[in-house]
Design a protein around this ligand. Sequence first.
Ligand SMILES: [Zn+2]
Length: 309
Amino acid sequence: MVSGDRKSQWLISIIGIVSALLLLSACGGTSAGNPAGSPTASAGAIAVVAAENFYGDIVKQIGGNHVNVVSILSDPNIDPHEYQSNYQTAQNVSKAQLVIENGGGYDDWMDKVLASVPISNRVLIKAFDTAKVHLEDNEHVWYSIDNAQTIAQAITDNLKTLQPASAADFDNNLKQFSQGLQPVLQKVSDIKTKYANAPVALTETIFLYQTAAMNLKVLTPLELEKAVAEGNDPPANAIITAENQIKQKQVKVLIYNGQTSTPVTQKLLKDAQALNIPTVTVTETMPQGKTYQSWMLDQLTALEKALGQ
Ligand SMILES: [Zn+2]
């Protein structure tokens, strides 16, 4: 049901890249006489492929009109943990000068695609390897706001290497990006001040990067959250414990990963709703119409409201 949409997105993306390439070759013929550093003397947009749309958004914010970004995973109905790549992905990757993936086992499909279309001068950023904050068995590093800052810096450094003439723009855009993170960091700090040690339930490991930063006490057994992330059946005793925590109203809020749901997590959600325990939905990828910052801020604002109920 979503494949038609996705196909047209692919087509638009490919047309975008092809037109950029045509433009690039056209410019090559006419801009030779332009003085270095003038806007029209720019070497054209850098072709970027991002495995996930939140990285694509960060590249766009920093690259501005110097980049042409295709994001592969952006459909909120697709569980990224279960994703398999297709022919169009390889087509896009074959034209990319810069590829950004999460790594850490999250998107192994991209490594396969990269191996199938080898290009010697393509730059690859693995966000997981760049990130400084790592939780055990938890590849969702972009959920740490501190990591987002580190990853944005790495993106900036690589864009500057690929297009030195635009270095000042990239530096300015990085500054803007960092300023945009400040309200998110402020919200994390506000929630920590007001609700540190509040007991919460969590259906998947993704949000641990934020509950840790806010000192919230996650009661749900980690084995359940990990099994959900990995697409395995959680141990029976972990399910019973998590269900009892809801039934006995031991948690103030249920934080629910809506993009990686299973019958087990759907039951926890239903039980919480039936008992009027506030629930907050979080997602793996960035919803349409948002930026990395507004996505994170909106989820945190919903959590703050839920904790206050
Ligand atoms: Zn996940």
